[in-house]
Structures are given as C-alpha cells and as structure tokens.
Ligand binder design. Structure first.
Ligand SMILES: Cc1cc2nc3c(=O)[nH]c(=O)nc-3n(C[C@H](O)[C@H](O)[C@H](O)COP(=O)(O)OP(=O)(O)OC[C@H]3O[C@@H](n4cnc5c(N)ncnc54)[C@H](O)[C@@H]3O)c2cc1C
Length: 307
C-alpha cells in the first residue's frame, strides 16, 4: 500500500536513544531496569510515593506530584487501592502475547518486501519480517539476511513454553515449507518473547476500561494513564507518544486541555485551547473512501480514518 517511507537506519531504537539523550541533556533522569513495585498517594500532601525495585534487587523510593503510567493497566490497578469493581474489571482485561524467531540466512537478497503476512494454514508462523529490507544497516554482514518469523500466542501456551531450540527448529522448517529459504542456509538465530504485545478487544473491554478509568479519575486525578497497554488501547507508536505528550501539556496547563482518550479515534480531537499541536493531534491517516455523491455517481473522496 505504501511505496516508500522513512525508517531509522538501525531501527526504531535509534529514536529512543535520541529521546533519552535529549532528556538527559535537559536535566531529566532515566532509570533503566527499575520495576515499579507499589504506588501510594498522600491525600493531604497531594504527593505520590513510588517504590521501585532495581535489577539488583535494591528498593528505592521516589516522590512526585503527578504519575504518568504506561504499565499495563491490569497490573497498575493491583499496585494501588481501587474499588472492588475496578479491580474486577482490570482482571477481565486480556492480552495477546507474541514471539519472534530471528533467523540469520546466508543469502543477501531473499525478497524485496519488508514483511509478508502468511496465510498458509499448514504453518503456525503469522508474519515474516525481512530486516534487511527495512534498512540494510539492520543486518551488518552484507552476505546475510535476517528474517523474523512471528508467532502470535498466549503466555504459557505450547508455543510460548517451547524451548528456544524447538522454536528455532520449527521456524527453520516452516521457512522452508513456505519456500522463502532452505533450512541448510540458516546459520544462526535467536528467540525474543514479548508478553502483552496486544491488548485484546473482547466484547466487554470498553466497559471494563471505562469502569477502571472512572474509578481512578475519581480517586487519583494526578495519576495519568498513557500509551498502549497503559490505556488498553490498540495504539501505534505515534498514538502512544501523542497520549504522553498531551498528558504533559495537560499537567503543565493545570487543566484538561486535551482528551487523550480521543487519540486514535475517528472523532475529531477535543481541544479546548488553540495551540500549534492541533495538526499533529489529527494523527489519523487520510485514506480514499468510496462515497455516494448527490447525483448518485460514485466518487473518491479522502476521509479521515483511524490507522
Ligand atoms: C509485533 C508488534 C509490531 C508492532 N509494529 C509497529 C509498527 O510497525 N509501527 C508502530 O507505530 N507501532 C508498532 N507496534 C506498536 C508499538 O510497539 C506500541 O504502540 C508502542 O510500543 C506502545 O508504547 P508504550 O510506551 O505505550 O508501551 P511500551 O512500549 O510497551 O512501553 C511500556 C514500558 O513500560 C514498562 N513497564 C511495564 N510495567 C512496568 C513496571 N511495573 N515498572 C517499570 N516499567 C514497567 C515496560 O517494560 C515497557 O518498557 C507494534 C507492536 C507489536 C507488538
């Protein structure tokens, strides 16, 4: 659908390295490998206390007037006192997990696509990434390709629990079966498991999210939910970032200028003030859609639609 696009030479991580460098240059602190353990709010002092555990098992305490959380909302709710209704709603939120088997293949140009969706019912792989096609610098050896075979699964199911060696063997076999490379050309590989890769939209997720939102907003107006699992919303990176950026604007303004729950919705963004970020808020993409004109002739007219 898209003929060309811009992509960071060594992958999207470059953006976050740049963001981290800018944050530090402005005096911000980033604490990697720290897991939030508990949150508590002092109503009188209007102050949050956040307890975290470092990778070495050390406990640390931070204090803040506002907390912005992109942690999965199901987990967050268990860190703070909420109503029983909200806790039950959070426990009903579900996630789809995901793993990638990256295979290094001794061939430089296997196919031109950056990814291929696999519909063949005899294999379990759902999508294949071709990292060299995203950017040649993603694969340092010019004689080799790196393919990421993606498997959609649930934490604890057969695929998730399989050994890395079993998954590598499965991926190699399936790669050959769909005809993208020969098993003997695969020289190396590794497995990456990603918990909670996708928030599940089941029949009741909206209602459950609304119950949690209402309870948290009522009890803790200075606790802000952002991002993908943080809002249990199927956001892309741009949407996830936008929810955080707008939250910061709201905090600085001391009022809700932007309704971040409208990011990644068809509806126009609710905007009370007038700022230069108005255009950026409309992050939904323009796509042509067939419409019926007055004289019943079909015309193509661009319309805003969520990406
Ligand atoms: C397979 C796949 C492909 C995708 N492809 C694209 C794509 O092509 N383009 C695109 O725009 N988007 C893509 N996305 C979506 C994109 O990855 C997400 O929208 C984005 O990462 C969401 O950002 P976030 O900050 O909300 O959450 P995350 O990136 O998940 O960040 C949340 C962070 O919170 C941390 N955390 C959680 N709990 C705690 C805790 N208790 N204490 C401390 N830290 C905690 C996590 O470790 C994590 O680092 C893809 C997603 C998947 C799964």
């Amino acid at each position: 659908m898209i003929e060309s696009f811009q992509y960071p030479r060594k992958g999207p991580g470059m953006m976050w390295d740049a963001a981290a460098a800018k944050t530090r240059a402005q005096g911000g602190e980033i604490h990697m490998d720290h897991t939030m353990d508990s949150l508590s709010y002092d109503e009188e002092l209007k102050l949050w206390t956040i307890e975290v555990k470092t990778g070495d098992g050390e406990m640390k305490t931070f204090q803040a007037r506002h907390v912005i959380s992109s942690a999965p909302v199901r987990e967050l709710v268990h860190s703070i006192p909420t109503s029983q209704e909200a806790t039950e709603a959070a426990d009903k939120l579900r996630y789809r997990d995901f793993l990638t088997v990256a295979l290094v293949v001794q061939k430089p140009d296997l196919f031109p696509d950056n990814w291929i969706y696999i519909h063949e019912p005899s294999v379990k792989v759902g999508r294949v990434q071709n990292f060299r096609s995203w950017s040649p610098e993603m694969v340092p050896n010019p004689e080799q390709s790196c393919l990421g075979l993606e498997y959609f699964c649930f934490e604890g199911d057969g695929l998730w629990a399989a050994d890395d060696s079993e998954l590598m063997a499965l991926a190699k076999k399936e790669l050959a079966e769909i005809g993208l490379a020969k098993e003997e050309d695969v020289k190396d590989g590794c497995v990456v498991r990603q918990k909670k890769a996708y928030p599940v939209y089941d029949d009741n997720y909206k209602e459950n999210v609304e119950t949690i939102r209402a309870d948290l907003a009522d009890k803790y107006p200075t606790l802000h939910l952002v991002g993908r699992n943080g809002m249990h919303k199927y956001n892309n990176q741009d949407h996830a970032m936008m929810t955080s950026m707008l939250t910061v604007k709201n905090i600085i303004a001391g009022e809700t200028l932007y309704d971040i729950w409208n990011v990644n919705e068809d509806a126009e963004y609710h905007e009370a003030g007038s700022t230069d970020s108005l255009e950026a808020l409309k992050s939904v993409r323009l796509v042509p859609q067939r419409v019926q004109s007055d004289d019943t002739q079909e015309t193509e007219e661009p319309t805003r639609k969520a990406g």
